[in-house]
Design a protein around this ligand. Structure first.
Ligand code: PLP
Length: 415
């Protein structure tokens, strides 16, 4: 980063500080990861200088000899890895990808049915504060209050009564595997399209550690930067019969020119995700989450659904005499970074909810296995059990730094 230092000392210093933060803390934010240096290099490449509105072979600008090849490779890898008939790799991120699906199939006011935000759904699945909830008639399904699990019969009932054009399966905070076949049945019964947003668990699907929604869904959206471990971006996978509608909705419907540097980095990430090492990585993410979940439950924490089957867990911390926000804040001070999160039927406000959300994709990338997850459980518990004691938090932060130094993260080995 010599040139960055020469040109802009201020930003250089901040990037360096962020490098130190990322390497010296235990990052448990379920949507984050560490990309490989290859992905970083593609993201930072001169492909950022190009404009390429349109699609390979059909662009509105000249000079596409190279970019067309890059995008064609990314598309082919996405189709092969996920067994999809069609792939669009241009969405800037998960939110525009979801918006493009709505634009492709809906008119303003049409009905969509997605998981309620406070129950683990995403803003773009119909929250009233999002365009998805403002421009469409957004209906939602909730979790079973007794088990915290999806109640498929209740979802079917809701679908029968509201007759959605699109049913959205997928989540940002649900610790269980989804029953895609059941979602398909419900969609078929009411004549809806089935859209699966696999943003959170796409890496697990790629690595064979989570069932694939692709055989069941009409359209699958995903970000590329969470468990899939690629750059900030997104993809839409769909059946061939929807290819044209999806492509038109992404460009020119929602976006202008694709970010070609990101497309290249997506291609690289997809290549990495096709390897045996990635399969082991995906399995280890799940094993690590299970180990941490067990450990926390043994320490008296209440996990929503009593455990996890994927990369994340949702923990109600109120029985420990603390709120989710406070827990997240003191844990951050102690070097353990996660986010507070609403739990199903939360009686507290969204800004200071009852729960915390933990994910294992990033720590697994840096090489944590089950023994380290037990350490994480112990460190986390020591902080939450002594919430007002800054000396404890400082001591744990030092222990966290020691643990992290034995597991350098990709791209940060020099820090
Ligand atoms: N879909 C799901 C399920 C997500 O969890 C997220 C982000 O967290 C998104 C979509 C949106 O992705 P982005 O933040 O890239 O717009």
């Amino acid at each position: 980063m010599e040139d960055l230092l020469k040109v802009d000392e201020e930003i250089y210093a901040l990037v360096r500080q962020e490098e130190i933060r990322q390497t010296s803390k235990i990052r448990l934010i379920a949507s984050e990861n560490y990309v490989s240096t290859a992905v970083l290099e593609a993201t930072g490449s001169v492909l950022t200088n190009k404009y390429s509105e349109g699609y390979p072979g059909k662009r509105y600008y000249e000079g596409q000899q190279i970019i067309d090849q890059v995008e064609t490779i990314a598309i082919a890898r996405a189709k092969t890895l996920f067994g999809a008939e069609h792939a669009n790799v241009q969405p800037y991120s998960g939110s525009p990808a979801n918006l493009a699906v709505y634009l492709a199939f809906l008119n303003c006011g049409d009905t969509i049915l997605g998981m309620a935000l406070p129950h683990g759904g995403h803003l773009t699945h119909g929250s009233p504060v999002s365009i998805s909830g403002r421009y469409f008639n957004a209906q939602s399904y909730q979790l079973d209050p007794a088990t915290g699990l999806l109640d498929y019969e209740a979802i079917a009932e809701k679908a029968r009564s509201c007759r959605p054009k699109i049913i959205i399966a997928g989540h940002s905070a649900y610790p269980r595997i989804l029953d895609f076949a059941r979602f398909r049945e419900i969609a078929d019964e009411v004549g809806a399209l089935l859209m699966v947003d696999m943003a959170h668990f796409a890496g697990l699907v790629a690595g064979g550690a989570h069932p694939s929604p692709v055989p069941y869904a009409d359209v699958v959206t995903t970000t590329t930067h969470k468990s899939l471990r690629g750059p900030r971006g997104a993809m839409i996978l769909c059946r061939e019969k929807y290819a044209q509608a999806i492509d038109k909705a992404v460009f020119p419907g929602v976006q202008g020119g694709p970010h070609d540097n990101t497309t290249a980095a997506i291609a690289v990430a997809l290549k990495e995700a096709s390897t045996q090492e990635f399969r082991q990585y995906a399995r280890q993410i799940v094993n690590n989450a299970a180990a941490l979940a067990e450990n926390l439950m043994a320490r008296g924490y209440r996990l929503i659904t009593n455990g996890t089957e994927n990369h994340l867990m949702l923990v109600d911390v109120t029985n420990k005499g603390i709120s989710g926000k406070k827990a997240a804040r003191i844990l951050d001070a102690a070097g353990i970074v996660l986010n507070c999160n609403a739990i199903p039927f939360d009686t507290r406000k969204p800004y200071d909810p009852s729960g915390i959300r933990l994910g294992t994709a990033a720590v697994t990338t840096r090489g944590f296995k089950e023994p380290e997850m037990l350490e994480v459980g112990r460190l986390l518990d020591e902080v939450i059990s002594d919430p007002e004691n800054e000396a404890t938090h400082a001591r744990i932060a030092a222990e966290v730094r020691d643990l992290c130094s034995a597991f350098p993260a990709p791209g940060l080995e020099h820090v």
